[in-house]
Design a protein around this ligand. Structure first.
Ligand code: HEM
Ligand SMILES: *[C@@H]1O[C@H](CO)[C@@H](O)[C@H](O)[C@H]1NC(C)=O
Ligand SMILES: CC(=O)N[C@H]1CO[C@H](CO)[C@@H](O)[C@@H]1O
Length: 462
């Protein structure tokens, strides 16, 4: 069993939930609320949540009350759900009754017009524009460029002690910029990176907008980012009129009629959605491979097999479809690490589910991690065992990319960039973990202790 502590950043993250506009509606239907306790007025069960690992808190509730229960944390009344049927209702079949909900400070920072915060027509339009930039057809073309970013990253780690998460963030940031701006990307990379890194520092800070606070600096960096993006937009409009296959090209198409502000909010939003998520999954993969030498050997053999057939030519989409063992390692990592433990929705009206009332205005949290760790769906759930994915998981038992209306439009790109990096990494490098690595931190995505420091070496070529 791993010993787990909760880092302070999770506390700060969840604390900002206090700023949710809370709306408690009267009960109209004559149905019971889901089982569970609401704890003390206002603070609810916040202490219970913080006095233990949040996943233990949720798991003990699931054990006591079943797969749907109510609780009250940090000023909001919530219904937590952890059954595949309930997840399907909230995310897929009745998704129009459950709107996305975020603390106001997060909306201000990412931009109010970003895709995550919306429902209905504006959301569907943005989704169509994002999806078409990230279909296999579109991202196939950038594989050689992803490869050169991967090769450069790996080279820069040679014979060094590195912080895996920090380095992976640079890799995933560069791939995100490539997918958004195409090859124009290098021109703006450093400016964008500098501003984005200031912005993210304020993301988990207290949202107090006074000179000197992290939040204030971060909002300033947000404005500077918008200015750089405005420059990129006008440059594109003036100089090259030809079609671009990247996300910016998709957003800029005249007939779509997006304003510059809408484009900026969504570009910043996609960088946010793409970078830390993929970087933390990569960090977990390195950890699990280091801990499971037979799995690492199987992945290495598979990748060497691909490399042998290619004599230094770059990878193709088809090559990436011939990596079943490596793909199962990615799936199993997504399951065990469940970096997005849960997501948030809010009931827009009273909803009935399995004889219970989910009242209008209450938050509804599908608990992905509990679903992914349910022994009914995954035998011996704490064990890292990629071979379990030799059989396809049942619907709505494995949702690392969510499901339904807001499911991740970047999932193909995420898997592609992970495969490309692992191809070069396992065939040419080896690594060893340094220091203790049993804790999990939430920043806010689940992450190995200290971002997983490792020593990274080139393999001695025979
Ligand atoms: C392994 C890495 C990733 C994981 C685990 C992941 C996971 C998720 C999940 C679970 C959601 C749905 C959240 C919800 O329903 O509340 C989501 C949404 C989203 N993701 Fe990802 N994601 C990853 C990488 C990416 C990448 C690389 C991109 C962009 C290129 C991206 C862009 C988005 C966007 C734009 C949304 C919002 C979609 C909407 O609201 O309609 N993600 N992601
Ligand atoms: C999403 O929901 C649909 C409908 O229930 C289901 O067929 C599909 O398998 C689900 N996707 C995942 C990833 O579970
Ligand atoms: C398809 C399937 O086996 N679903 C089960 C997964 O686990 C939950 C409990 O956590 C059960 O309610 C489902 O029936």
């Amino acid at each position: 069993m791993e010993f787990i502590t909760i880092s302070f950043s999770l506390f700060i993250l969840l604390s900002t939930l206090f700023l949710f506009k809370s709306s408690v509606a009267g009960r109209r239907k004559n149905l019971p609320l889901p089982p569970g306790t609401l704890g003390w007025p206002y603070i609810g069960e916040t202490f219970q949540l913080y006095s233990q690992n949040p996943n233990v808190f949720f798991a003990s509730k699931v054990k006591k009350y079943g797969s749907i229960f109510k609780t009250h944390v940090l000023g909001c009344r919530c219904v937590m759900i952890s059954s595949p049927a309930a997840a399907k209702l909230v995310l897929v079949t009745k998704s129009h009754l459950f709107k996305p909900t975020f603390p106001a400070s997060k909306e201000r920072m990412l931009g109010k017009q970003a895709i995550f915060f919306h429902q209905g027509d504006y959301h569907s339009k943005l989704r169509r524009l994002v999806l078409r930039a990230f279909t296999p057809e579109s991202i196939k073309n950038i594989i050689p460029d992803i490869e050169s970013i991967a090769v450069d990253s790996l080279r820069s780690w040679e014979n060094r002690l590195i912080n895996t998460f920090q380095e992976m963030k640079t890799f995933t940031f560069n791939v995100a910029l490539l997918s958004i701006f195409g090859k124009d990307e290098v021109l703006y990379r450093e400016d964008l990176k500098r501003c984005y890194y200031i912005l993210e520092k304020g993301y988990n800070s207290m949202p107090i907008n006074l000179p000197g606070t992290l939040f204030h600096k971060s909002m300033k960096a947000r404005r500077e980012l918008a200015q750089i993006l405005a420059k990129i937009l006008s440059l594109r409009r003036e100089t090259n009129k030809e079609n671009h296959n990247d996300l910016l090209g998709s957003f800029m198409e005249e007939k779509e009629g997006l304003s510059d502000e809408q484009i900026a909010d969504n570009i910043i939003g996609v960088i946010f959605a793409a970078r830390d998520t993929t970087a933390s999954v990569l960090t977990w993969i390195l950890k699990y491979l280091a801990e499971n030498p037979t799995v690492l050997q199987a992945v290495t053999d598979e990748q060497e097999g691909i490399m042998k057939g290619k004599d230094d030519k770059s990878l193709t989409w088809l090559d990436t479809k011939k990596m079943p063992i490596t793909s199962r390692v990615i799936q199993e990592t997504l399951r065990v690490a469940s970096i997005l433990s849960f997501t948030f929705r809010e009931a827009v009206e009273d909803v009935e589910f399995e004889g219970y009332l989910i009242p209008k205005g209450w938050k509804v949290l599908p608990l992905f991690r509990n679903i992914h760790h349910s022994p009914e769906n995954f035998t011996n759930p704490e064990k890292f065992d990629p071979s379990r994915f030799e059989v396809a998981p049942k619907p709505n038992t494995f949702m690392p990319f969510g499901n339904g209306t807001h499911a991740c439009p970047g999932n193909e790109l995420a898997k592609l960039e992970i495969l490309v990096l692992l191809h070069h990494m396992t065939t040419k490098y080896r690594w060893s973990m340094v220091g203790p690595q049993n804790d999990i931190h939430y920043a806010p995505f689940a992450l190995p202790q200290n971002g997983l420091p490792i020593r990274f070496y080139p393999k001695k070529m025979p």
